[in-house]
Design a protein around this ligand. Structure first.
Ligand code: ADP
Ligand code: 5GP
Length: 187
């Protein structure tokens, strides 16, 4: 079994931006591609951004115990990590990166313990979170409100993560994440 690094954050905190930067500066990291029952958005590709499953296919995989963990992150939309994904990445000798919701992050840490590093990316404020979601312009106003409504509860999970990094200044946040990840991989 190899190592895993888990990233969780309220949507819009800057997790994707930070993790992309991290992957370009540290070798041997590979994203776990999650399965989801939602439809592809924009240019998203099946097998690359997600494994896009129908609601029925997703439920069948739950019954087959094919998931390490799964959550209904938004009402009616499930996301999960397939067991096959771990083997696919570890067989290459790579460290697995996870981008999962806060409950999934806590769950993965519980399962993998010392082999996992869990990182919570914290926004400077809910107001700034709103600005970023509006600025990103990928979600409808309704979806933005749905994501913001969830953020308050999600922030309450921060202290259950190994490391909390506030993403106010992006450069500083990227530097801090690279530092903790570098230490974890080296030990
Ligand atoms: P997440 O993956 O957490 O949903 P994103 O990485 O998509 O968030 O970031 C949300 C938006 O905020 C993007 O438009 C991104 O460019 C912007 N952003 C990320 N970090 C910062 C920062 N430190 N300051 C200002 N804007 C940021
Ligand atoms: P989006 O629809 O914006 O791609 O993702 C919505 C949320 O689902 C994000 O918070 C993301 O972290 C979470 N997510 C994606 N994949 C998984 C997964 O496999 N498990 C869990 N628990 N959450 C996931």
């Amino acid at each position: 079994m190899g190592k895993l690094i888990i990233f969780s954050a309220p949507s819009g905190s800057g997790k994707t931006t930070i993790v992309r930067r991290l992957m370009s500066s540290i070798e041997g990291l590979e994203f776990s591609v999650s399965a989801t029952s939602r439809q592809p958005r924009g240019v998203e590709q099946n097998g690359q951004d997600y494994y896009f499953l129908s609601a029925e296919e997703f439920d069948r995989k739950i019954e087959e115990d094919a998931f390490v963990e799964w959550e209904e992150v938004y009402a009616g939309t499930k996301y999960g990590t397939l067991r096959s994904e771990l083997e696919r990445i570890w067989s290459k000798g790579h460290t697995i990166l996870f981008d999962v919701d806060v409950k999934g992050g806590v769950r993965l840490k519980d399962i993998f313990g010392q082999d996992a590093l869990s990182v919570f990316i914290m926004p400077p404020s809910i107001e700034e979170l709103r600005n970023r979601l509006v600025g990103r312009a990928t979600d409808s106003p309704e979806k933005i409100e749905q994501r913001l409504a969830k953020a308050g509860e999600e922030l309450g999970y921060a202290d259950r993560f190994d490391v909390v990094v506030v993403n106010d200044n992006l450069e500083e946040a990227v530097e801090r994440v690279a530092e903790v990840v570098g230490e974890f991989i080296a030990c």
